[in-house]
Design a protein around this ligand. Structure first.
Ligand code: NPG
Length: 368
């Protein structure tokens, strides 16, 4: 396909309630979308970078800059392409997987729409629905936390993930486990907040029968995660550390990654996400699909990816109403009996609602 035009859009979406992690508190989500016009069809990509480099080195302004000045010239300079060409064409440019992944996503969406083909068909998924987990932020008080968790239990979410950090961990985990009972799947996410010396403290989490602890240590500390895995019974899951299939293979071999969180945006796109899934299946590592407070664009595509058979744990693919009061740029995503329906429409699985999109758009750049 020939890429005729690329439009970058920025949106500001207010969150219903602040979302706090050990990286900080988010009250508005600055969303960065890419629209690729290719031979009469339009494909959409969503860049999952946050507004500041608190989760990973990428951030919205940086992603836009690298896209305009470095990625796009190289991408279109090579002539017509399909989604599988995007990563190889950009491979000589280091880093920036979130920006690269958004471009690949837009091209893949356009390509599938041009073929009138669904992403589900492209991936060969047969599941029609996926279990929905919810990610719960750090709260100011335990009572407020329990009220929030009870609301999600009432909504039917099948798995609770709780954000933790030093000083906001054992007491909160104990209280939530007590509330939800022993049978509800429950996991925690530290977003790199602990250090190698925290092993004895983190071993206290073993009392709560958690599915996993996600990314306890800094992203580059693979050896530290391997040591921690030997020190505590709760399985270690990596998120921020995993940015490629090759790096994931190394982390698994070193014993640092007992479970993998796959976020397509973090690893450079859906095609690399599938490679990581396939690798984990071959190595017997359970995987699940993470989220980055995406609009319906990213969430719909994630719901298709998470229907692959290796995704044996519920992902962070919650209803549109989890974070946003308004519809989220596409048709709303709902949960029924704790599950999200796998979309099967042509393209990545969403239709953009242009009036809603326009009403939240704060900037538009014609990048090509
Ligand atoms: O459901 O989209 C969602 C959010 C899931 O907790 C979630 N994302 O580290 O996994 C993460 C995390 C995150 C989001 C961290 C935003 C920092 C900011």
């Amino acid at each position: 396909m020939k890429v005729d035009a690329i439009t970058l859009r920025e949106l500001q979406l207010p969150l219903k309630h602040f979302f706090e992690t050990s990286c900080g508190r988010v009250t508005h989500r600055r969303i960065f979308l890419v629209a690729a016009a290719c031979e009469g069809v339009e494909g959409w990509g969503e860049c999952v970078a946050l507004s500041d480099p608190s989760y990973s080195p990428e951030y919205v302004d940086g992603a836009q800059h690298v896209m305009i000045h470095h990625l796009l010239p190289r991408l279109v300079g090579g002539g017509p392409l399909d989604a599988a060409d995007v990563a190889p064409r950009l491979a000589k440019l280091h880093g920036h997987p979130m920006a690269k992944g958004a471009l690949e996503m837009a091209v893949l969406d356009a390509q599938l729409r041009a073929e009138n083909r669904s992403f589900a068909d492209f991936l060969g998924v047969t599941a029609t629905r996926i279990p929905s987990g919810v990610s719960v932020g750090i709260h100011d008080t335990v009572d407020e936390l329990l009220a929030t968790v009870q609301g999600y239990v009432d909504d039917g979410y099948v798995r609770i993930k709780l954000k933790i950090e030093p000083g906001n961990d054992i007491e909160q985990v104990a209280a939530v486990r007590d509330l939800i009972g022993p049978d509800t799947p429950f996991q925690v996410d530290a977003n790199t907040a602990y250090r190698r010396t925290d092993g004895a403290h983190l071993r206290r989490l073993d009392d709560f029968d958690l599915l996993l602890i996600e990314q306890p240590l800094p992203e580059h500390d693979i050896i530290g995660h391997a040591r921690l895995a030997a020190e505590i019974a709760t399985p270690i899951c990596l998120d921020e550390s995993l940015v490629s299939a090759a790096g994931t293979a190394d982390a698994i071999e070193l014993g640092a990654c007992e479970i993998a969180n796959i976020k397509p945006g973090r690893v450079g796109g859906y095609l690399e996400a599938v490679r990581i899934h396939d690798l984990c299946v071959a190595k017997g590592i359970p995987v699940w699909c993470g989220g980055m407070l995406e609009t319906g664009i990213g969430r719909a595509a994630n719901a298709v990816l998470a229907a692959l058979p290796g995704f044996t744990l519920p992902g962070d693919i919650s209803a549109s109403t989890r974070f946003y009061a308004e519809d989220i740029v596409t048709e709303p995503i709902g949960i029924t009996d704790g599950h999200v329906t796998v979309p099967t429409s042509p393209g990545l699985g969403f239709e953009v609602a242009s009036t809603i999109l326009d009403s939240f758009t704060t900037a538009t750049v014609q990048a090509l």
